[in-house]
Design a protein around this ligand. Structure first.
Ligand code: MG
Length: 251
């Protein structure tokens, strides 16, 4: 009995000591949540908005179309280059020779100053990721079309939040963050592609998740054949849309 009492007293004493120690052990200091390694990589930004930062891959600067791009019908990108600008001509779209997964893309585009056509027939082109997922390029300055098919839309999936199109003939920018899909199996997304788009510096797509590849007819499917990295593809839709200053950062 006396022995049991001693044990009890010992445990009470020990617990009291530990209880006194705990607050001191758990006390956080500022440096305990500071992470120093690895150091954040240094990137030199462009001199002004739209200029490529130091770690960007220059996909088009007016001089390197044939090095970085090919046609979708043969190895030659048939689009016309003039004054550091490349313009869509009939003969198919162009795709990058390099392939990308997660990326940040900057691209500048201009719909023809001479307005022809209405709705989808006016300044239509498109920026595709993996040649499958389209951010629509269209002249929607005072030009109505279906909302999920206008400039800045994820075509037929997400309308842009706002219409910030400039007048035909003016240069416009897209800054696009594309997160490539992660696949669960051979034909199902575990994590769908996610896309953020700024059009002329204004947010028009806020991390939207795609249902599947862009479809012209029918509802996009969540099921899609498993793929890895892919090309950036610019669409020839029969309108002479121009592009310049295209760069990309792999994420
Ligand atoms: Mg298009």
């Amino acid at each position: 009995m006396k022995r049991n009492l001693l044990f009890i007293l010992f445990f009470v004493f020990s617990f009291t000591l530990i209880a006194q120690e705990v607050p001191e052990l758990m006390e956080m200091k500022p440096e305990m949540t500071e992470l120093w390694e690895p150091e954040v990589p240094v990137v030199t930004p462009g001199a002004k908005y739209g200029n490529a930062p130091s770690d960007a891959i220059i996909l088009f600067d007016g001089t390197n179309l044939a090095e970085e791009w090919e046609g979708d019908r043969d190895s030659i990108p048939h689009w016309v280059v003039e004054d550091s600008i490349v313009t869509a001509t009939r003969g198919g779209g162009i795709r990058t020779k390099r392939q990308f997964g997660d990326c940040q893309l900057h691209i500048e585009w201009r719909s023809p100053a001479e307005v022809k056509g209405t709705s989808q027939g006016r300044g239509n082109s498109g920026v595709f990721f993996h040649e499958k997922y389209e951010v629509q390029v269209l002249d929607n300055y005072e030009n109505r079309t279906y909302r999920n098919g206008q400039a800045g839309s994820l075509y037929k999936q997400y309308a842009p939040l706002v219409n910030v199109c400039k007048e035909p003939g003016e240069w416009q920018t897209y800054d696009i963050i594309f997160n490539a899909p992660i696949f669960k199996d051979e034909n199902t997304f575990l994590v769908p592609p996610r896309v953020t788009v700024l059009h002329n510096g204004v947010l028009v797509q806020n991390a939207v998740e795609l249902r599947g590849p862009t479809e012209y007819i029918g509802v996009p499917e969540y099921t899609v054949k498993k793929h890895g990295k892919g090309s950036i593809y610019l669409q020839d839709h029969g309108n002479p849309v121009s592009y310049r200053n295209i760069w990309i950062r792999e994420l």
